[in-house]
Design a protein. Structure first.
Lengths: 208, 289
């Protein structure tokens, strides 16, 4: 389990105290400011830079509250994986194309790679690590095992989170509907028949 | 790979967002759903100094019907358009189209304003705006202005928006009685950008279609209407007229060759779509193209 964190300084969890990244950020910032026309723009941008640096974020992940200082460019995916050590959410493409990073954000499925953490102060997040109740698997997790809904397992966390969204939205009524509403989740092992069967079964279990 | 460093600020109002854009002097960009912007930043196809998050501006969200006009806030998300009874009743073309825009998780974040400002030539939504005769409401440092869809989409990812302007709303004339919408696209997979698609609306009257607007997307550098084909289709429907209109698409469209399809294949698909469209609007069983 991740530690209960409080006021972790930026990047401290995953990077040495002064990281190459911070040096790069400082340099890039200076170049960008120099490129802006006029002194007024410089000071305005500098003021906004001050407000944004060390952005603080409070989020609840799988029922645990966290408060962290983040880099504005960190996606929720990076925060989960690199700051909270919740690596069940995978980074397949980092561009919205694969669905391996699907999480529930305030109950809705989203791609964590395309969602900046800074935008979601106060958010409630559920990841694949938060789906089981202790040792008891969620019916959808059990159904994935029963129907061989995976081979290598890389896409599976995202498939299950997206499947939970699909069921909650009421879009799991038939195999055709499940296929259409799971379109954003790719499985390079081609476990699709098992995935569809698992979601159909869990949909019945959850609704009965 | 990670995005190059940028700063982030939340705007509480449209005025504040405009001020931030003005002060940013071209180095600042609006952040709406992030579903086109963040992939570009993550892949370092783009870098900027400041992201101005406008997701907190409640005034930019929502769908209203006023008189014969449907008003859609720019920050209304794709998922909300898809489930809106107002959109289904008054803009069925948009309702049909939005189901083809990306995948469910992306539709939960992506916004209509961000989509139109992004102006991807393969996107469904600019084509719908052209077919529906939308008016885009824009706010900038010197106040508001209104731009017709036909004057808004200028080219590949290019619109009439200045760097310090915000698209705040979209106004659509509600479906008139007797009007019908047609929407279909060919894509490799549900939710992918279209290889070729057609958004159309018109008023079937016996074996003619009045006021037909045909807009193709995925073909050429921006969504494009087809005046030549539409003019031919004003005549009474017959297989010969349909064939003539299909032939005229060669003049209306400038299909491109790319990794998805050749120009010849795109033109072929466009012609197939035209037959489907005419048959569906006239309420006929699908005839061979
Ligand atoms: C895998 C994938 C598949 C997709 N498939 C499709 C598809 O099939 N069809 C389709 O149409 N789209 C598709 N999209 C794109 C999706 O629809 C985006 O949501 C949309 O293009 C951009 O909307 P956004 O709100 O996310 O905007 P953002 O990404 O936040 O912004 C996009 C651009 O618009 C600017 N902008 C945003 N809002 C405004 C505003 N109000 N005024 C002025 N400028 C603004 C931003 O500064 C930025 O330059 C896909 C995306 C992904 C990742
Ligand atoms: S890593 Fe987010 S969709 Fe692929
Ligand atoms: S199980 Fe291997 S990618 Fe889906």
């Amino acid at each position: 389990m991740p530690e209960e964190t409080s006021h972790i300084p930026p990047a401290a969890a995953a990077f040495p105290p002064v990281s190459r990244r911070e040096v790069l950020q400082a340099t890039a910032g200076a170049v960008a400011l120099a490129a802006l026309p006029g002194g007024a723009a410089d000071s305005a941008a500098a003021a906004e830079a001050g407000a944004a640096a060390g952005h603080s974020l409070r989020i609840t992940v799988n029922g645990h509250a966290h408060e962290l200082a983040i880099d504005p460019r960190q996606s929720i995916l990076d925060v989960l994986r690199e700051r909270l050590n919740l690596t069940g959410t995978k980074k397949g493409c980092n561009q919205g194309a694969c669905g391996a990073c699907t999480i529930l954000l305030n109950g809705q499925r989203v791609n964590a790679c395309l969602t900046l953490a800074a935008m979601h102060d106060g958010a409630e997040i559920t990841t694949i690590e938060g789906v089981a109740q202790g040792e008891a698997l969620h019916p959808l997790q059990a159904a994935f095992i029963e129907h061989d809904g995976f081979q290598c397992g890389y896409c599976t966390g995202g498939q299950i989170m997206s499947g939970l969204g699909c069921i909650a939205e009421g879009h799991a009524g038939s195999p055709a509907e499940i296929k259409a509403w799971m379109s954003g989740n790719i499985c390079r092992c081609g476990a699709y028949p098992g995935i569809v069967a698992a979601i159909a079964q869990a949909n019945k279990a959850v609704r009965s | 790979m990670k995005a190059a460093a940028f700063n982030y600020a939340r705007a509480a109002s449209v005025d504040e967002a405009v001020q931030m854009l003005v002060r940013g002097g071209g180095g600042a960009k609006l952040l709406a759903g992030g579903q086109s912007l963040l992939p570009a930043l993550n892949l370092r196809l783009m870098s900027l100094d400041l992201l101005v998050d406008i997701t907190g501006i409640a005034a930019l969200r929502g769908i209203r019907v006023e008189g014969g006009t449907l008003k859609i806030g720019a920050m209304t998300r794709h998922a909300d358009l898809l489930t809106s009874p107002e959109i289904a009743a008054h803009a069925p073309l948009l309702a049909k189209a939005i189901a083809h825009v990306a995948h469910p998780a992306i539709r939960n974040r992506g916004t209509i304003g961000g989509n139109l400002a992004h102006a991807d030539p393969a996107s469904e939504l600019p084509a719908c705006m052209l077919a529906l005769g939308a008016t885009l409401v824009i706010q900038g440092p010197s106040g508001q202005r209104r731009v017709q869809a036909a004057d808004f989409f200028l080219g590949l990812y290019q619109t009439a928006l200045a760097p310090d302007e915000i698209l705040i709303a979209i106004e659509l004339p509600a479906l008139a009685s007797g009007e019908r919408a047609f929407f279909h696209e060919y894509a490799r997979r549900m939710g992918d950008y279209a290889i070729v698609g057609l958004a159309a609306q018109g008023k079937p009257a016996g074996d003619r279609i009045d006021a037909l607007r045909l807009v193709y997307f995925g073909v050429g550098e921006r969504a494009g209407s087809c005046p030549a084909a539409a003019r031919i289709l004003q005549q009474r429907h017959s297989p010969a007229i349909l064939a003539e209109a299909q032939a005229a698409l060669a003049a209306d469209l400038q299909p491109q060759n790319d990794h998805q399809a050749s120009a010849a294949m795109r033109l072929h698909l466009a012609r197939t779509l035209l037959a489907r469209c005419v048959n569906e609007l006239l309420g006929r069983a699908e005839a061979s193209a």
